[in-house]
Design a protein around this ligand. Structure first.
Ligand SMILES: [Zn+2]
Length: 95
């Protein structure tokens, strides 16, 4: 699986100054420390948003060392948005 095909991996491993929103099918460009654009972030449950924020470490997207807790929270956020928008999940995000 390539980085490009996985929204989660793309969200975890960017080296660009701006990257795409992690929500499936969204092309919004956002700062690399954010997971999703404002519109998609609002669709994520409060609990999951708090987990993503709590486990984020500054610069992890450049060091490629996001913690397992962050990866799990980010995957959950992407799943929630995909479900609300009726989008199919890529294999690495199927629970
Ligand atoms: Zn978005």
């Amino acid at each position: 699986m390539t980085e490009r095909s996985s929204p989660l991996l793309a969200a975890l491993m960017t080296t660009d100054d701006r990257r795409r929103c992690a929500a499936i099918g969204c092309d919004e460009r956002i700062p690399p420390q954010l997971l999703m654009c404002r519109g998609h972030w609002k669709l994520v449950s409060r609990d999951t948003r708090q987990r993503v924020v709590r486990h984020y470490r500054i610069g992890q997207e450049r060091r490629h060392d996001a913690s397992p807790e962050y990866r799990a929270a980010a995957a959950e956020a992407i799943r929630q948005v995909a479900e609300l928008e009726g989008r199919a999940l890529p294999p690495d995000l199927v629970a």
